[in-house]
Ligand binder design. Structure first.
Ligand code: FES
Ligand SMILES: [Fe+2]
Length: 443
């Protein structure tokens, strides 16, 4: 009888893509706690969009990792991201998802905070507190640093962190181009879609970041059913480019398959084409002209997708486009909240905004056709990964390594380490490598 030594696999250095050496980072609560401490507390995290709180007193409640926060506009128009926890006994201060208020009053003992986070009122303050022990000024709600980027609100607890726009690295050029097609600016259409999924937060980030490889299998039914119009028959032959920056931000561009008479800015209203092009440099135009679908991750847990090709499959439907920003926020090691915002150019016709929102909701919202397929796979990864043998088994992340792809574009117009590969796991490798580096450096 022969005995075999268990193959625990994956002691590699990443050279063959073996950067996920076991699956503990998806199921281990200790690893999860370290991610919160060493990654989430030291990164810029997506909160929302400033158009969600247009007026003084407007607020929405969100999370930064496991910390509850309030995004609020105060009386003078300034934006704050406040810790949503009373400074007395720590009660959750604001329980509503959104609203308008001049004050937040704690439901436990009644402390009253202004919408800039300052403690303004304390019941019976003269009777129960002595000045040498208590000062309201010491009890302001913790305020996160706030960054605004094309109206998107990002925040961090880290005072030393480099500015948000620096954290984008070479991805910034591409994101600027996506936003610059609308010189009038962008706004959120409708409330963001929010939903819980069974799966570690990294699974949807991994998917949105660069995974084009799953489309032909996981979403096969939609293609076969003709749900996605002309794209139904072309996924296997589409061409693309991919980029993973050193910051672990990613870009995947799927090039359009255009008929000769197709306009370049399909999906956008024809009378806006002049304004689309006027705000762009020649290189930005070249990038956008080559981009039917653009998606990627903004490290650690937000991302974006712009789609301007698919239709419902009904030839009578007009083509339209959408730009969606996403957050995958960890609840616990096994559970993630997805939040999707549909952004629309502020000065476009209401009818176009509604069509764009409907298109995004039908295909890419929490309960929509794409997400349904993906969430099924995330939950099945999560459920099996707790197995004692399974969790010691590495992943394979070697797509694109050593592959010589043919560059079908004469010239790539943008910056960064872009590769002419539609299928590539460079972004996934970058995500896990950077996470591991940050967790291990902080431990
Ligand atoms: S916990 Fe908020 S006032 Fe006591
Ligand atoms: Fe998908």
């Amino acid at each position: 009888m022969t005995t075999t030594t268990p193959d625990l696999g994956g002691n590699g250095d990443g050279a063959r893509g073996d950067v996920v050496r076991d699956r503990a980072m998806f199921v281990d609560p200790e690893w999860f706690a370290k991610e919160l401490e060493h990654v989430f507390a030291h990164s810029w995290l997506l909160i929302g969009h400033d158009s969600e709180v247009p007026n003084a007193g407007d607020y929405v409640t969100r999370r930064m990792g496991t910390d509850p926060v309030i995004l609020v506009r105060d009386e003078s128009g300034d934006l704050y991201v406040l810790l949503n926890s009373c400074q007395h006994r720590g009660t959750q201060l604001c329980k509503a998802s959104f609203g308008n208020t001049a004050h937040f009053r704690c439901g436990y003992h009644g402390w009253l905070y202004g919408n800039d986070g300052r403690l303004k009122g304390v019941p019976s303050v003269k009777k129960v507190y002595a000045d040498e022990y208590f000062a309201k000024e010491d009890c302001t709600l913790p305020r996160a640093r706030v960054a605004l980027y094309h109206g998107l609100v990002y925040a961090t607890w880290d005072e030393q962190l480099a500015p948000f726009e620096d954290s984008l690295g070479d991805l910034r050029w591409y994101l600027d181009a996506l936003f610059d097609i609308a010189p009038g600016g962008w706004e959120v259409f409708g409330p963001p879609a929010r939903y819980l999924m069974q799966g570690n937060w990294k699974l949807p980030v991994d998917n949105l970041g660069m995974d084009g490889y799953h489309l032909a299998t996981a979403h096969k039914t939609m293609y076969e059913a003709g749900f996605l119009g002309r794209a139904s028959t072309t996924e296997s032959v589409v061409q693309g480019h991919t980029m993973a920056t050193p910051e672990a931000n990613t870009l995947r561009v799927v090039h359009p398959i255009l008929d000769a008479d197709d306009p370049l800015y399909f999906g956008f209203p024809e009378d806006r084409w002049p304004s689309i092009t006027e705000g762009l440099t020649a290189d930005q135009r070249e990038f956008l002209d080559s981009s039917a679908v653009v998606h990627g991750q903004v490290f650690p847990n937000s991302g974006y997708i712009k789609v301007a090709l698919f239709t419902s499959g009904d030839p009578r439907d007009k083509q339209t486009a959408f730009l969606q920003w996403r957050l995958y926020n960890p609840i616990d090691v096994n559970t993630t909240e997805g939040v999707h915002w549909c952004l629309v150019p502020r000065d476009y016709p209401d009818e176009w905004k509604r069509e764009s929102y409907k298109f995004a909701t039908r295909t890419h919202s929490g309960g929509a056709v794409f997400e349904g397929d993906d969430l099924e796979n995330f939950s099945r990864i999560q459920h099996v990964s707790v197995g004692t043998r399974t969790r010691r088994t590495p992943w394979n992340l070697s797509i694109g390594l050593g592959v010589e792809a043919e560059d079908h574009m004469k010239r790539w117009p943008g910056p960064g380490p872009v590769e002419p590969k539609n299928y590539n796991e460079a972004g996934n490798r970058a995500l896990y490598s950077r996470l591991r580096t940050m967790v291990e450096a902080g431990a």
